[in-house]
Write a protein that binds this ligand. Structure first.
Ligand SMILES: *Cc1c(COP(=O)(O)O)cnc(C)c1O
Length: 230
């Protein structure tokens, strides 16, 4: 399947979901997840309108950064080791995966040195899975309070990777729970910080949008199956 055809299909689905929610298409951001994908195919996706690219490894951002049109914006969506923040601080538009206060402090420090403010989302371990990173759901508010004191960090929402189910109705409660937290934080004085809710991937992005996501991260649905052996 070609990238263009896949994108047409995804756009149609997102437009439909927006219509059902009575919101404008512009309210949903699509991040094209480019991990393992080569620069040629990434550039092809850019030519079809993709401008937000997501990677989960620092090395891949560094390898691709100079070869990709600078109009593209990179999103760090995977676990970020503290000692690697310095490599991407001047390259990414947003870090979706802030999952510890130690990491938040390091991003703040490097952002200050670079004279920028980094857009960050707090990753929540919504399924309480040992295999996944993220702040505990119940500790999200105290984490937000602590991270809010860091001047070169702009907390602008929440991110989650929901547990995987073959049936999307099983994942829906996790998305709902994320949206509950997002709305609660807005009500409790953090409206300016709760702008983005990043959740939903290829198999569940429509369910995520139905439940309030405004950033979806899609890889396979755009580029086809990933080849990790290359
Ligand atoms: C790989 C990845 C995605 C995209 O997954 P697909 O199923 O290929 O759409 C989204 N978010 C994160 C954090 C990822 O690592």
């Amino acid at each position: 399947m070609g990238i263009e055809k896949n994108l047409v299909e995804i756009e149609k689905n997102i437009a439909h979901a927006c219509q059902a929610k009575n919101i404008a298409r512009s309210e949903i951001q699509l991040v094209a997840v480019t991990k393992t994908i080569g620069v040629e195919r990434i550039s092809e996706a850019i030519s079809f309108g993709m401008s937000n690219l997501g990677e989960n490894k620092v090395q891949e951002i560094m390898d691709k950064y100079d070869k990709i049109d600078k109009s593209a914006q990179w999103h760090m969506i995977g676990h970020l080791q503290t000692n690697k923040v310095k490599y991407i601080i001047d390259k990414v538009e947003m870090i979706h995966s802030v999952d510890s206060i130690k990491l938040a402090r390091e991003i703040n420090k490097r952002a200050e040195q670079a004279s920028i403010t980094m857009n960050c989302l707090i990753q929540i371990n919504i399924g309480n899975e040992v295999s996944k990173y993220g702040i505990d759901y119940n500790e999200a508010e105290s984490f937000l309070d602590e991270a809010s004191s860091l001047k070169n960090l702009r907390i602008c929402g929440l991110m989650a990777i929901a547990p995987h189910f073959d049936n999307n109705e099983k994942v829906r409660p996790y998305f709902k729970k994320m949206n509950d937290l997002f709305e609660k934080m807005k009500r409790e004085g953090h409206k300016k910080q709760m702008v983005y809710l990043s959740m939903g991937m290829t198999h569940d992005y429509l369910t995520a949008i139905e439940e309030g996501a405004n950033i979806v991260r899609i890889g396979t649905g755009i580029f086809g199956d990933r080849n990790y052996s290359k």
